[in-house]
Design a protein around this ligand. Structure first.
Ligand SMILES: Nc1nc2c(c(=O)[nH]1)N[C@H]1C(S)=C(S)[C@@H](COP(=O)(O)O)O[C@H]1N2
Ligand SMILES: [Mo]
Length: 312
């Protein structure tokens, strides 16, 4: 059983990752080439340069590297929580390019390097609350999406930002099945996209994103349910109209465009009042879910006058 030690472990990402890798190497030695390959690629992960943003980080203990990288939703690799880690090794996040399109003065297709170059990376430790009522604390490495948006000068008609994930059924076995309407798409209102808490992440625990966490570039919006955090982004489009979003297309009664974390508005099939912190151990009680995932002071004003029961 995994034991969560809130006070005992200082938030030392390197220690956590080394402990995980040592265990992986032992497992690999026992199990043979398949896992040995996994351990080798993990060891080869590239370290990023970044500063720590303590002001915008939670002081809660971070989840382990193992929890964050082996318990995932990434339906392109299967619907099981272990499947992304097991099946994403063959995915190629390099080379990568991102197309900027729609209502903007600057548009085109840019290499990942060109997208990242002007931005200083920061580590931000954010809570991630999944719509399925579990949560984690993740040390992302990224930069404000708003800084990227400004570079491309959206026109006055741009009211929303639409995101698209990569479509690669050869590398993503889940895309061979119509579980969702592929490719995965998401969207934000322009003011949500420009909010300083909204980031594009290129890494976690100080290293480039593992494939299963959305390599090489993914969205993180900490006050919204996890499914808004679209992974492996290939297109960012500025639009006049509300863009379609994958989970809303799939089950509109259950998943709205906003998807703000709200303990007072239940999912039609379960309560959103509490959450299970991954890694906390089976004897740890569920914890209350916080309004806007604990970021209400910073973002509640974005929704003044909006009926959050209708706009779920
Ligand atoms: N393209 C794509 N992005 C996705 C998903 C997905 O299935 N496909 N799952 C979402 C869901 S439901 C969650 S909770 C988060 C999980 O992010 P993590 O694996 O980094 O914890 O990714 C989101 N982004
Ligand atoms: Mo999720």
């Amino acid at each position: 059983m995994r034991v969560f030690k809130p006070a005992a472990i200082p938030p030392s990402e390197i220690t956590s990752r080394e402990r995980y890798l040592n265990r992986r190497e032992v497992i690999a030695g026992l199990a043979g080439t398949g896992l040995a390959f996994g351990a080798t690629t993990a060891l080869a992960a590239e370290r990023l340069k970044f500063t720590k943003n303590a002001r915008l980080s939670t002081s809660e203990p971070t989840n382990s590297y193992e929890d964050i990288t082996t318990y995932n939703n990434f339906y392109e690799f299967g619907t099981g929580k272990a499947e992304p880690a097991e099946r994403a090794a063959r995915f190629k996040p390099k080379p990568w390019s991102v197309t900027i399109a729609g209502e903007a003065e600057v548009k085109g297709t840019f290499t990942l390097e060109d997208i990242l170059k002007p931005h200083a990376l920061e580590e931000r430790i954010y809570r991630l609350r999944c719509v399925e009522a579990w949560s984690m604390v993740i040390p992302w490495v990224g930069f404000p999406l708003g800084d990227l948006i400004r570079r491309f000068r959206p026109t006055s008609r741009a009211r929303y930002v639409a995101f698209k994930s990569v479509m690669r059924p050869d590398e993503m076995p889940g895309q061979r099945f119509p579980v969702l309407d592929w490719p995965y798409v998401e969207g934000l209102r322009m003011d949500e996209a420009m909010h300083p808490l909204t980031i594009l992440a290129a890494g976690l625990y100080g290293e480039v994103l593992p494939n299963q966490n959305g390599a090489p570039l993914r969205l993180v919006v900490p006050w919204k349910y996890g499914f808004k955090g679209i992974k492996s982004i290939v297109e960012i489009r500025f639009t006049e109209r509300v863009p379609p979003t994958s989970w809303n297309i799939s089950a509109p009664r259950e998943y709205g465009f906003y998807a703000n974390v709200n303990p007072q508005v239940d999912h039609p099939r379960w309560s959103q009042a509490q959450e299970r912190r991954i890694g906390a151990g089976i004897f740890t009680p569920k914890q209350p879910t916080l309004m806007l995932n604990g970021y209400a002071d910073q973002v509640a004003s974005l929704y003044a006058g909006l009926d959050l029961r209708k706009n779920y």
